[in-house]
Design a protein around this ligand. Structure first.
Ligand SMILES: Cc1ncc(COP(=O)(O)O)c(C=O)c1O
Length: 391
């Protein structure tokens, strides 16, 4: 087995990397960008080798997604990692989870309907709901002494509204880093089932969990409710393939499948994979398992390093204990800065481009989200700058 070197710093300038190009106005030249959720690690060798082979063939034409090879790669991964058996007939391509969320919101609800999200949460959830003329219904997470839990009483009340059609569940949860337990997930499903609501489970972060933590795919946990669950998965976070525009949406309900096909194939025709994306995904799911395990161990260590440092040097900041994702969520409210002041300090004192908590909706004010999928030397540099920003 190859031992991967995650300490290697790769210069991404000149590669059209979004993290380096989409920066706040007035960002200093030496800004350290740790906002968007992709990794600064090179992809696993088998992925890069498969891409080289594909390019060497010289033809990059139209490419099929629903081939036995591609379906076996996807189903094999989820079976090996989670014991989740997926029927390939229920798997559908999307160029991303966010486009899938937009398509699903539009086919599973009507204008003006409500859809529940659990804020603070990944911003495009609210964006795609509102962008499709639906109503964002908030079921805020409870944050007590740094621990996030769901407010089931409030969720039940929100789902009681007949105009609310369903919810988008972030599992694992970005940005809190919670990996929901079986009990929590079952409680969500039973509240939705009792009220006849659907659940879109965004499970894009499912493979990135801290040592000893287990993610439960919702469709595996609650097969009896499969007709109302849609799971969004992708190799993008797991293998650092976000620029390959590949994701796999599992839709067990035949009625929803028909609606999905109408929206994605008949109406827009936009849901076709790229040649290199398919190649990369097959190699990733089939051959890069050891890379994922090593990456997780390295990221775990980054979390330990950052949490120890912050506890020691920044006593008014609180690191939220992370169970999953490579995104550190830090409560900076102890410093008493307004969200604008905090953003200003990060950018102009710390020379840091981070995701400000406010973009995750209510409950995110005063927090910062930092991407720790980077070499340890970069984490060390971040911590130095974070101290400067807050002091
Ligand atoms: C919860 C969640 N869903 C979806 C995405 C993005 O998905 P995609 O790039 O496949 O559209 C992200 C990226 O950070 C995310 O955190």
């Amino acid at each position: 087995m190859k031992h991967y070197n995650f300490d290697r710093v790769i210069d991404r300038s000149g590669t059209q990397a979004k993290k380096l190009l989409q920066l706040p106005k007035g960002a200093p030249d030496d800004v350290l960008s740790l906002w968007i959720a992709d990794m600064d690690f090179a992809c696993a060798d088998p992925i890069l080798e498969a891409l080289h082979r594909r390019i060497d063939e010289g033809i990059l034409g139209y490419t099929q997604y629903k081939t036995p090879e591609c379906m076996a790669a996807i189903t094999g991964w989820f079976f090996r990692r989670f014991g989740w058996e997926i029927d390939p007939g229920k798997i559908f391509f999307s160029p991303g989870v966010v486009p899938a969320l937009g398509a699903l919101v539009s086919i599973l609800s009507d204008e003006g309907d409500g859809i529940v999200i659990q804020n603070p949460v990944y911003g495009p959830f609210a964006g795609k709901i509102a962008g499709n003329g639906r109503r964002v219904v908030q079921n805020p997470l409870i944050c007590r002494d740094g621990d996030y839990t769901m407010d089931f009483g409030d969720l039940a009340a929100k789902l009681d509204d007949p105009a609310v059609k369903g919810m988008i569940l972030c599992s694992p949860h970005n940005p809190s880093g919670r990996v929901w337990t079986r009990e929590e997930l079952k409680a969500v499903v039973s509240l939705c089932e009792a009220r006849d609501k659907w659940i879109i489970a965004d499970e894009i972060h499912c493979d990135i969990v801290r040592a000893g933590v287990k993610h439960h795919p919702l469709l595996k946990l609650c097969p009896e409710y499969r007709h109302r669950i849609i799971s969004c998965t992708a190799p993008s976070k797991t293998f650092n393939l976000a620029g390959m525009q590949m994701s796999s949406i599992v839709i067990p309900n035949p009625e929803y499948q028909a609606l999905w096909k109408r929206q994605t194939i008949e109406r827009t025709g936009l849901f076709h994979p790229g040649a290199l994306g398919v190649t990369a995904m097959i190699a990733a799911y089939n051959e890069a398992e050891d890379w994922v395990d090593q990456m997780n161990a390295y990221v775990d260590e980054n979390f330990r390093f950052a949490a120890d440092f912050i506890a020691r040097e920044l006593p008014l900041a609180r690191v939220i204990p992370s169970q999953g994702t490579y995104l550190l969520w830090v409560d900076c409210r102890g410093y008493g800065f307004s969200p604008d002041e905090l953003a200003e300090r990060m950018l102009h004192r710390g020379h840091l481009a981070l995701d400000e908590g406010v973009i995750f909706g209510e409950g995110g004010e005063g927090f910062e989200r930092i991407n720790l999928a980077c070499p340890r030397s970069v984490v060390a540099e971040f911590l130095k700058r974070f101290c400067r920003a807050l002091s």
